[in-house]
Design a protein around this ligand. Structure first.
Ligand code: EPS
Length: 351
């Protein structure tokens, strides 16, 4: 069973996003400014849409923290959707408010609309869009900031960097690539890398398929909306064993690896090197110049729905991936070392 557990809830234009986190030890310092700065990072990046001008994501902590420290009790985080004010009627929970305002029925190719409408038996695709929207990743990042707060206590830190936007591999050309897509009413994706430093050896395990930390991290990153590829370390395609594997040697009396093609994971366990995870995000499927599709109500061929959208959100995606990787690392730390308080965890944490 996971130690660091949580659920998030909330629709894109609903009142708020909520997360309840369980399993954090007591005594961990929680800096609300840090959580908010992580939320701000997720909102930034060239190519974000109009929604980001409306929102100014900040968190309210309504349980589990007192005087800046965790209590060991469930932590509740609330992020208000400012846009809710304009959607109050449309997103009402009361049956008497039922309306067709903002309803739509033309599937957006590449989004959750088609499969979601069949699965949940919905003809108004608003009922699918609202939770499938990447808006919910704001809650993911807030939860990630809590996980990062635990990791920070153990000097484990992460960073991320965008490495490709569309066909541009040089950062100097990223904005131009996005401008071209915007001018065409099109969208674009890209690639990013996340790196975590100072991890202990032996998080995860080889003994069962579902205990490998590589599999857990891959799921956490792959399930970010629009991520289609996850790589750990260097893509091994085309390498030879002799050039791919990282030779082991002694440096300053300690065991280390000469290279880090493994990306910090061998045999489903961390090996003490930096954790390196890259991912590819597909182009955003909501596009101003719409693709051909079908109307769920009339079953006639038509064009896809467009309200507003990002042209590119790869930078935001890298922040979300950092957060999700932090969830898994915090969970694996708690599984391996345990402790109801930070003091107890630190006593067990014998890196
Ligand atoms: C997003 C909020 C959404 C989108 C975007 C990400 O807000 P709205 O639907 O009101 O414009 O801007 O989500 C998508 C593009 C998508 O296809 O899901 C956010 O907060 O990140």
């Amino acid at each position: 069973m996971n130690k660091f557990r949580f659920l998030t809830a909330g629709e894109s234009h609903g009142k708020c996003l909520t997360a309840i986190i369980e399993g954090m030890p007591s005594g961990v310092s929680i800096d609300i400014e840090f959580i908010n700065s992580e939320l701000q990072r997720r909102q930034k990046g060239y190519g974000r849409g109009e929604r980001m001008k409306i929102e100014n994501d900040t968190v309210e902590i309504t349980s589990g923290v007192r005087f800046g420290k965790t209590l060991g009790s469930p932590i509740t985080l609330v992020i208000k959707n400012r846009d809710f004010e304009s959607w109050r009627k449309v997103m009402s929970t009361a049956p008497e408010d039922i309306t067709d305002d903002k309803a739509f029925s033309t599937f957006r190719p590449g989004h959750a609309d088609y499969a979601g409408s069949i699965k949940y038996n919905q003809k108004d695709l608003r009922n699918i869009l609202e939770r499938s929207s990447a808006r919910k990743t704001a809650a993911d990042v807030a939860v990630g900031a809590i996980a990062k707060s635990l990791l920070k206590e153990l000097n484990i830190t992460g960073v991320s960097k965008v490495t490709q936007i569309g066909s541009a591999c040089c950062p100097a050309n990223f904005n131009e690539e996005i401008d071209i897509m915007r001018s065409k009413g099109d969208s674009t994706g890209g690639k990013f890398v996340v790196l975590y430093k100072n991890l202990p050896v032996g998080l995860g395990s080889f003994v069962h398929w579902d205990r490998g930390i590589d599999g857990r991290l891959a799921q956490a990153v792959m399930s970010i909306p629009a991520v289609k590829v996850v790589e750990i370390g260097t893509n091994p395609l085309g390498y030879q064993g002799s050039t791919y594997h990282d030779e082991i040697f002694i440096k300053n009396g300690e065991i280390g690896h000469k290279t880090n093609n493994a990306g910090g994971i061998e045999g489903g366990m961390t090996n003490g090197e930096d954790l390196v995870i890259s991912a590819v995000m597909k182009p955003i499927p909501t596009m101003k110049t719409p693709l051909k599709t079908v109307d769920a109500k009339t079953l006639e061929e038509t064009e896809a729905h467009f309200e507003r959208s990002d042209v590119c959100a790869v930078e935001a995606c890298s922040v979300i991936a950092e957060a999700r990787i932090a969830w898994i690392l915090a969970d694996e730390i708690l599984l391996k070392y345990g402790g109801d308080s930070l003091e107890e965890l630190k006593m067990h944490y014998n890196k």
